[in-house]
Structures are given as C-alpha cells and as structure tokens.
Design a protein around this ligand. Structure first.
Ligand SMILES: [Zn+2]
Length: 764
C-alpha cells in the first residue's frame, strides 16, 4: 500500500514544492467531537505543525436537511490556500459529528511566515485585495486575454477569487463568454497572467458557425440608391440537429376553427373558455410549440441539405410562395415552423389557418452558402432572387446579430430572449409589396417593385420590425399606449439604432445621417403616430449619444440598452402608458442599479435629452403647432388626419382649395425661436406624390412666422386629376406636410410638423 504513493510523491516534489498535502477523513465512528479546536489538535499532532483557529476562515455555513454544514478555508493573511479546507457535517439535532474531511497544504503552513512577508512586501492587506482599483486592474488583464480569444471574445459576466497557489498569491478571474468560460490566473505578487484556459459550455455543440458574406447595414441606401459592400461574417448558432417532418405538422390543429369572433385572450387561458372554443394567438402558438417539440430530429448537415435553422431564427418561405412562384428549380416542401395565416372564411369571418411555412433553398456546402451572389436586379424579380438564395443568408444574419447584440447588453430574460423570431420570405400577395413586418414571433418579407429596396437586405428595417417584437415580449400582450402609439414606432426605431450603433459604431456610410431617429421632433407637436414616434425615438437616441459621450462607446451603449430593457420590463402590461409614464419608469429603473449600471448613472442624461423635446413631467403644459382648416384645429382625430382624410369626388378638370392658418404657441420650458421658417413639403415624405398640388414643382414652399402673434395663411389647391393612383380603390391619398424650423436650424430636421390629408376619387 505504501509503495505507490511514495513513488508518486518523489516524482512530484521537485516541481511542486508547495504541494505537500495533508488529507484526513474523520467520521462519527471515530469521534463525536465536532469542534474546530478538536480537529486542529489532531492535525497538529499528526503534522507537527502549529495550526491555530486564525489559520481558518469560514467560507460557508448552512443547515442542510439532515446536517449542519461548515466549510473553513485554510488561509494565510486572510487569503485562502487554493482548494484547501476543513469541511464539517454535524448532526442537525445533536450537534455530534457526522463526518469531517480535511485537506490542508502543509508546505504553505510551514512557510506561512515567508508567504506573509511576500504579502506584506507587496503592500497587500485584506482591504487592498478588495479594492476597486486592483479589481479593475486584474479585470483589464483578464479581459485582454478574453478579447484575444479567436472564437469567444465577448464578456457576459465575471467573478474572481484570490488564493495562495504554489507559493504565489493568485487571483483567478472567471469570465463567462458567449459559449464558454474563461479562467485566467493572475499573479498579484508578480503582476502577470500565469495561465488561462477556456472551456465551452456543454451545450455548445448544439450549434455551429458558418462563414457568410453579408451586408452589415443594407444593400442599398434609400435616398441615393448607393450599393454598399458586403463583409465577411458568420452565421452563428445554426443547429446541428433540426426537427424533421415530411408533411405539415400543424394540420391536426385544423380540427378547430380559430375565427375572429371567438378570439379572447382572457377566456382562452381558462379551461371553460377553451371548451367554448375561445382562443388567442399565445394559446395557439403554445399548441403549435407542443407539436413542434415532439417532432423527430435529424442531423442538420450539408449532405442532407442544410437548413438555416438556429437559436434565434429559422428561414422559411411564406406558405403561399409555392403557388406564387411556380418557376423555381427546387421543390418547396413544408418546413416545421408554424405560420398562423389569416384568411377570410366563406361566412365572411376572418380566421387563422394553422399551417407550416416552406423550406427554402437548402445549402449544399459551406462554399455554396458563402458564394451566394447578392444581385441588385433592376426589376427585383422574385424568382431570380429565390434562385440566388442570398436573402436567406442575410435575414438569418440580421436576426441573429440583433438578438445577440441585445443579449450582450442585458436582454437575458428567460425564454423571451431566446424564443426564435422565425422568418418567412416572399409573401406573394401584391398588396403587401415593398414591405417587411413583424407579427407574433415572426418576421415577414414580401416582394419588391423595381425602384424599392429589398427589405430582406435592409437590416435597419429588419431590426425595426424585430424591435416591435422585443417590445411585445418585454412590455407584454396587454400593454396599452395612451397617446397616438408613437412609443411603439419610436421604440422599434430605437431598438434598431442600438444594434446599428453596436455593429457600425460611428462609421459614416451612404444614408447613415438619414435615419428617422435622428431628428428634433418635439412631443405634442405632430398629428400622427409615425411623427409622434420620432419624438420618443429621437429622445432615446439623444440619451444614447449622451451616454456614449459620458461613458465611452461600449459602456455607454451597454448602459442605455440595459436601461431601456429594464424600463420595458417595469412598464409591462401598463394599462395607459404615456410619455411621462415611459420616461418616469426609465428614471425609476435608473434608481435601481445593476451589474451594467450604477444607480443614478443615467438620470441626468434622460432629463437633458428631454429638455429640448417639449416635454413636461405633468404632461399638462406644452408648446403647440396650431394648424386650422376653417374652424377645425387639425389633430390626429379630425378631418384632414391620416385616419380621416378629407374624402373628395372630383372630375379631372375640377379643383379644390383649402386655406390653412398656421401659428405657434410657446411655453416656459419650450420656446420657438423666431423668425421661424415654415416649409410645406409635397414630395419627400413617405407615400407622398400621388395628388397633384398646385405649385408642387417648387416644393418645399417656404414661409416665415415672425412672432407668436403671427398667423400664416397657406393656400392649398389640389387638382381632381391625380398624378398617380396609390390606393387599392383607385383613388389617390396624399398630404401637405407642414414643418417648423427654428431660427438657425433651417437645414436640420423640423421641430414640429403636421400633415393635412386629402383622398381624391374620380367622379363617376
Ligand atoms: Zn414600425
């Protein structure tokens, strides 16, 4: 029995002078004595060393179901010797010993005076070891190691522990990466990294990364049609095993009818309600998820034809694409992803048909996937786009990048942060053309007219739509916005802006200054949701800019992303969320710090950003842009608004005339700066250009307001003959866009703006 250990020891003594270990296990069979002092006595007898109670530090003490557990670390100068301890289990009732396991480093104890001297010479003490500056120093050494790692170089959390290791004072920093854990040992006596190791989390082989060439922002700048370059990147988190099904797995759900008259999100959650046929989208999604969970798995390999099916998204085609595009050279089989498709039944009621999407172009090899071409076809021919198969690559990358970026900065909510947003490409419905939209955990794409950009290659659009999805998930299904709903559009823009900032930093590229979120729009100074959204989005973008200025690009972005997500959680299912409610909750979230933010980090920045936005905390007193059509003040609810355009039936040679009166009202915390320039735009706004306005060739028409008392007369004349038809009923709908520019800001974006809508049909 003696020979083997001796032999080992002789091999190990030379290089590991300190690894002279004392091991002992005691149980109730030998003694019932359970005090530390009694163990020290035994240890000193057997080792001839002079351990005392001060050589031990309680690391853990707790009641277990059957015992009281105590763990004492062996320490020198208050710092544990790595892995060395006394662990004691006592009977929870009698206090008598159950067992004690002792593992001590004799060499460290024998040389503890020497180690203490090293410790004191380096000017350490218990307090300095815990100091922030030492912590930051060690962390920066560790983060350099992590950042140079080829595969996993982002930081998702860390912890550290000081130990004596082989006679050296060592801080072990454990950094949680995206897919694994880094351990970095730093000698605090020598100020060097001793060694580091990396271990992937066990589940990491569920996924693989595949090389791809993608557009980091978009293929084409909207205003100039400049084509941007692609970059080398990776399609991350592609599953190595995917669900498989020969037929549509959701057919079984069609035994029930999911019609609009039985939609009830409250009753659908009760057994009684379900028995009466009530349903809701969340309930239907859960049923579909249950079916999907039980599908057989198969390896997702290039040999089998690789599916872009990953952690955050999967790429499918719209179920109607098979009929819509008959001339493609591969068969469109059902995928395993759920697509709730709304159609109108024979009785006129709308209903959801539960069905699967379609599998698109399978990848035959990594080279084939990498070399898929991104052609900007002059006619945006959908069948050609399908043959190229590049849209799949871009959308997969865009969704995954979005989710990963937010996850790194605080979006880690269980289930909500990992539930995929499945993508459905090529909805053939011509009425949906030039569109991308989010609904119920899906991101959807359509077809494109020649002049329009391909939305599947426009991350800023994809990320906006996904922003609606994040809002849905964090703010809940029952959230109600109190005003026009501008927060929704502003938040979607802002979620996109957070990810754009993460990917592009401060790089300037074609269109980088054109984003809607870069604006001066004040609250209560518009009359529809998209313009109202600009004040929300613009304010949050300003806070982000201030945070970056104060804390630097990475930290500033992380703080603002995290703060936004936290405010979203804290307003979950708010029954009437106002701008005051939203920003108030942002301040409240700021009061409660966390790992990414200290309490109070952001409050001043939030207030500073709001100061230029016609915002007041009581929501009562606000400056105003008053546009009057006759006696009617045009708002989002009156005639002349987007939802209530003035409807006219005119013959080609008829004309119609409106006299609008425009004036401004300042308040204490928001003053217009005179002379104010008023511009009336007829062309450049979204969906403008269909109505023929007299004088539109000189758009924008410019006017001046000299003072608060000044009232501007704007004469608008529209012709009965449309420049183009932009409505399904054969009419044209368009607006005059009245925009306010403060003195000195004429070449920036307006501070206030209102739209005046007409809808003109031909007289029979
Ligand atoms: Zn939107």
């Amino acid at each position: 029995m003696r020979l083997l250990p001796l032999c080992l020891v002789s091999l190990m003594v030379a290089p590991l002078a300190f690894a002279d270990v004392y091991n002992k296990r005691l149980t109730f069979k030998e003694t019932t004595e359970s005090s530390l002092q009694s163990f020290i006595q035994i240890i000193n007898q057997e080792t001839s060393l002079q351990f005392s109670a001060s050589d031990f530090l309680v690391l853990e003490e707790r009641d277990l179901a059957t015992s009281h557990y105590l763990m004492l670390a062996q320490v020198i100068e208050g710092v544990p010797v790595a892995g060395k301890s006394i662990r004691i289990w006592k009977d929870i009732k009698s206090g008598e010993l159950i067992q004690a396991e002792i593992a001590l480093d004799k060499a460290s104890e024998a040389q503890s005076d020497l180690l203490s001297k090293k410790f004191q010479k380096a000017k350490f003490n218990a307090k300095s070891l815990k100091s922030i500056s030492l912590g930051q120093y060690a962390f920066s050494m560790a983060s350099q190691i992590v950042k140079s790692h080829p595969d996993d170089n982002t930081i998702h959390g860390f912890k550290s522990m000081d130990n004596w290791l082989n006679g050296d004072l060592v801080r072990t920093v454990t950094v949680r990466g995206r897919r694994g854990e880094h351990k970095i040992n730093i000698s605090l006596l020598k100020n060097v990294v001793l060694n580091s190791s990396y271990k992937e989390f066990p589940q990491a082989d569920q996924f693989m990364d595949i090389d791809a060439k993608v557009f980091p922002i978009y293929e084409e700048a909207e205003s100039t049609h400049t084509i941007l370059p692609r970059i080398m990147s990776k399609l991350k988190y592609v599953k190595t095993q995917v669900a498989s099904s020969e037929a549509d797995p959701y057919v079984v759900l069609r035994t029930q009818r999911f019609s609009e008259n039985l939609y009830n999100p409250v009753l659908a959650e009760t057994a009684a309600g379900q028995a009466q046929g009530y349903w809701s989208t969340p309930m239907l999604k859960r049923k579909a998820m249950e079916l999907a969970k039980n599908l057989p798995q198969k390896p997702n390999t290039f040999e089998n034809g690789l599916l872009l099916d990953g952690l955050y998204t999967s790429i499918n085609y719209h179920p109607a694409a098979k009929l819509g595009f008959p001339n493609i050279p591969f068969e469109l089989k059902p995928s395993t992803k759920f697509y709730p498709s709304w159609t109108q039944g024979e009785d006129g009621l709308y209903e959801v048909i539960p069905q699967a999407g379609l599998i698109g172009k399978l990848a035959g090899s990594s080279e084939e996937l990498l070399n898929r071409v991104a052609r900007r076809l002059p006619d945006n021919n959908t069948e050609e786009l399908i043959k190229d198969g590049f849209d799949e690559v871009q959308v997969y990358w865009a969704v995954t990048t979005f989710m990963e970026s937010l996850a790194q900065n605080g979006f880690t909510d269980p289930e909500l942060s990992t539930r995929p947003f499945n993508a459905f490409l090529y909805d053939p419905d011509i009425g949906m053309r030039d569109n991308a939209y989010y609904t119920d955990d899906t991101i959807n794409f359509t077809t494109y007219s020649p002049e329009a950009g391909n939305a599947a290659r426009d991350n800023s659009t994809i990320w906006h739509e996904l922003g609606h999805g994040i809002m849905d998930r964090l703010m809940g299904d029952f959230i109600t916005l109190a005003d026009t709903g501008g927060l929704s559009e502003g938040m979607a823009d802002f979620c996109a802006a957070l990810v754009i900032q993460d990917i592009m930093k401060d790089e300037v590229y074609a269109g980088s200054k054109d984003y809607r979120i870069l604006n001066n729009t004040g609250f209560s100074l518009t009359n529809e949701v998209h313009d109202d959204g600009e004040s929300y989005g613009g304010t949050m973008k300003d806070i982000l800019a201030l945070a970056i200025e104060k804390y630097g690009p990475e930290v500033g972005l992380a703080k603002m992303t995290d703060l936004t997500m936290e405010a979203m959680r804290l307003t979950r299912n708010n029954p009437a969320l106002t701008a005051q409610g939203w920003f108030g909750h942002m301040l409240f979230a700021d009061e409660r710090g966390n790992d990414l933010r200290a309490a109070g980090d952001m409050a001043d920045l939030v207030k500073q950003a709001l100061a230029s936005r016609n915002f007041s905390w009581d929501g009562k007193v606000a400056a105003d842009l008053i546009v009057k059509n006759g006696d009617v003040v045009v708002t989002s609810n009156t005639d002349g608004s987007r939802e209530h355009p003035i409807r006219l039936k005119l013959s080609d040679d008829e004309k119609v005339n409106y006299n609008l009166k425009v004036s401004l009202k300042s308040v204490d915390n928001y003053k217009f700066q005179y002379p104010v320039t008023v511009k009336v735009e007829f062309h450049k706004g979204a969906l403008q250009g269909a109505i023929h306005w007299e004088g539109e060739e000189n758009s924008p028409l410019a006017y001046t307001l000299q003072s608060e008392e000044d009232v501007l007369d704007i004469n608008l004349t529209a012709s009965g003959k449309c420049d183009s038809i932009n409505q399904p009923d054969g009419s044209c709908k368009d607006y005059a866009y009245i925009q306010i520019f403060n003195n000195g800001h004429e070449n920036e974006k307006p501070s206030a703006k209102k739209r005046f809508y007409l809808k003109i049909s031909a007289k029979e």
